[in-house]
Structures are given as structure tokens and as C-alpha cells.
Design a protein around this ligand. Structure first.
Ligand code: PSU
Ligand code: MN
Length: 294
């Protein structure tokens, strides 16, 4: 695909759905700035990925981000609707799946996000599985992520990654993280404690398979949310969304996240910001090490 790429290695891709749909609008700009400086602190250059007036861009300029932030509603794009949005010269916020697609086309091999989309819990009433998971079978990008949000069925999501043959490696952990919590009941395929060793593996694996790698990086200890308290907020958030008539398709994830941020008095938002920033730092270090060791 044709991508406007404005970056030189080592580079870390960042996504726009997290900014535009995952956190309240007031928090978006600060988060974008913080993530950029975290990637640089790790030793790499940030490339915010998004679509402006039908142009897929890796490395949005500030003025282009401003355009997206000012737009009334920016559609959320996964690999299924990206093409239509491009063809119609629309703006779009890229999720994990489309950020991987655009990053890969721009030659970027590392991407930092918060959590992967995955298998939704029963409240959606129908099977709802994120396109993020399939994207790992198509695009050679390593995604540094705190597992998948505990609003999802974490264990089913981990099982599906296994089914798809996606390598899931832990950075300084043996467990598959559950976003707000450092650990879930599921494990990883291998643990790496050393960033250089991780970099060597990721470079080899991306080149060997032409597919993606999940680099699971848990939320910092100090920012973890107590599991029991979170479970209460989640049940309440799901009830609010269901009582309001439910949310399906691409609206399911933002609907529950928005309710959680409100019901927890901002605690889930603070945890979310902390873990994404930590992922941006580790991704910066990973990209720098991959570049250095190449
Ligand atoms: N993780 C977050 N906040 C988010 C998302 C992930 O902490 O907003 C976004 C990502 O862009 C991810 C998307 O790709 O949610 C998954 O959406 P869906 O479940 O519709 O595939
Ligand atoms: Mn879905």
C-alpha cells in the first residue's frame, strides 16, 4: 500500500485510535506528547500513524494530529474498513491492526500500544473478536503491549493467539499481562530479561516469518489496579452499556472504556496512561537495540 513515511530508523509506530477513542478528548494531546518523548527516551523516533483525508501516514506532523483532534468524529479503522476510508478520502484513527499494516508498509518494525483487542466477554451477546489478532498473521511488526484489556476474555484471547501461531514473548515476565493487572492465569511462549537478546530474537523472527510478534510488557507495579476493585467497575460499566441498548462492532471497546474511566473516578485512565508510556519506553529501547545490532 502507498504510505507517506516521514521517518528514519530506529522508529516506533504509535496508534491514533488509542488517542482518539481510548481516552477522553482532553487527554489526547498530552498523551501524544508524552508517548513521543517516552519513545525518544528509549532511544528511537516516534511515528504516529493515522489517516488524514485519505492519506495513510506514518509520522503524523503536529498540524495533522491537530486536524484529527479537531474533527467531530474520526472513524476507527481496522483492516476491514481501512480501504473504504482511504478510497473516500476520509480521516481515520488506526487501531492495532491498521497501525501494523501501515507501519509494515513504511518499513517500521516496532510499535507501542496499550493493550491488544481480542475476544470480547459475553455481554456483547455475539461473538466479537478483534481484527488485531489476525493482523499478527499478516504484518511483520513487533507490538509492545500490556497484554489485552481485562474488559476482554483474557484467557480466550491468549488461546486464540496460540491458535493463530502468533509468538507471544514476555519482557521480564512469565505471565500474559491483563492490562490493569501485571499477570493473568495465562503464560507466554518465552521470557526475555535482556533487551538485546529480545532485539536479536525479534529481528530474526520478523525476517524469518514475515509475521508479527507480541511483546508482552506488564503495567509497572506502582500503577497496577487491585483486581477485585477493577472487577466491580467492569461489571458496572458493562451493565451501563447494556442498559443503554448495548454497543456492537467497533463501538464496543470505546463504550466500555469510557464508562470505566467515569465509574473509576479516572483510576483506569491513569493506569492506562502509565502502562502505554512504559510500553513506549520499552519499544524505544527495543527499536534502538534492533538498529544497533543489525
Ligand atoms: N487499548 C487501549 N485503548 C484502546 C485500544 C486498545 O488501551 O483504545 C484500541 C486499540 O486501537 C485496539 C482497539 O486496536 O482498541 C481494538 O478495538 P476492537 O475491539 O474494536 O478491535
Ligand atoms: Mn469487534
Amino acid at each position: 500500500m502507498k504510505v507517506a513515511s516521514r521517518v528514519i530508523a530506529p522508529v516506533v509506530a504509535l496508534e491514533t485510535t488509542l488517542l482518539l477513542h481510548g481516552v477522553p478528548k482532553e487527554a489526547s494531546l498530552q498523551m501524544a506528547r508524552d508517548l513521543a518523548s517516552d519513545v525518544m527516551a528509549g532511544g528511537a523516533k516516534p511515528a504516529l500513524v493515522g489517516v488524514v483525508a485519505g492519506e495513510a501516514i506514518a509520522g503524523l506532523r503536529d498540524d495533522e494530529l491537530d486536524v484529527l483532534l479537531a474533527a467531530a468524529k474520526v472513524p476507527k479503522a481496522n483492516t476491514s474498513n481501512l480501504g473504504v476510508l482511504l478510497a473516500r478520502h476520509s480521516h481515520a484513527a488506526t487501531t492495532v491492526s491498521t497501525t501494523m499494516e501501515i507501519a509494515a508498509a513504511a518499513g517500521i518494525r516496532v510499535f507501542a500500544t496499550g493493550g491488544l483487542g481480542g475476544v470480547h466477554q459475553g455481554w456483547t451477546q455475539h461473538l466479537d473478536v478483534s481484527a488485531d489478532l489476525m493482523a499478527f498473521t499478516r504484518f511483520p511488526v513487533a507490538v509492545v503491549t500490556s497484554g489485552c484489556k481485562s474488559i476482554l476474555d483474557v484467557i480466550a484471547t491468549r488461546e486464540l493467539l496460540e491458535t493463530l501461531g502468533v509468538p507471544v514473548v514476555g519482557f521480564r515476565t512469565d505471565r500474559f499481562p491483563a492490562f490493569y493487572q501485571r499477570e493473568s492465569a495465562a503464560g507466554v511462549d518465552a521470557r526475555f530479561d535482556d533487551i538485546d537478546e529480545l532485539a536479536r530474537f525479534v529481528s530474526l523472527e520478523l525476517a524469518r516469518t514475515g509475521r508479527g510478534v507480541v511483546v508482552a510488557n506488564p503495567i509497572p507495579v506502582a500503577d497496577e489496579l487491585p483486581a477485585a476493585e477493577f472487577a466491580g467497575w467492569l461489571a458496572a460499566a458493562q451493565k451501563v452499556v447494556s442498559n443503554a441498548g448495548g454497543a456492537g462492532g467497533r463501538d464496543a471497546t470505546p463504550a466500555v472504556l469510557g464508562q470505566l474511566h467515569a465509574l473509576s473516578g479516572g483510576a483506569t485512565l491513569r493506569a492506562n496512561v502509565a502502562l502505554v508510556r512504559n510500553n513506549a519506553r520499552v519499544a524505544g529501547q527495543l527499536a534502538a537495540a534492533m538498529h544497533r545490532l543489525a
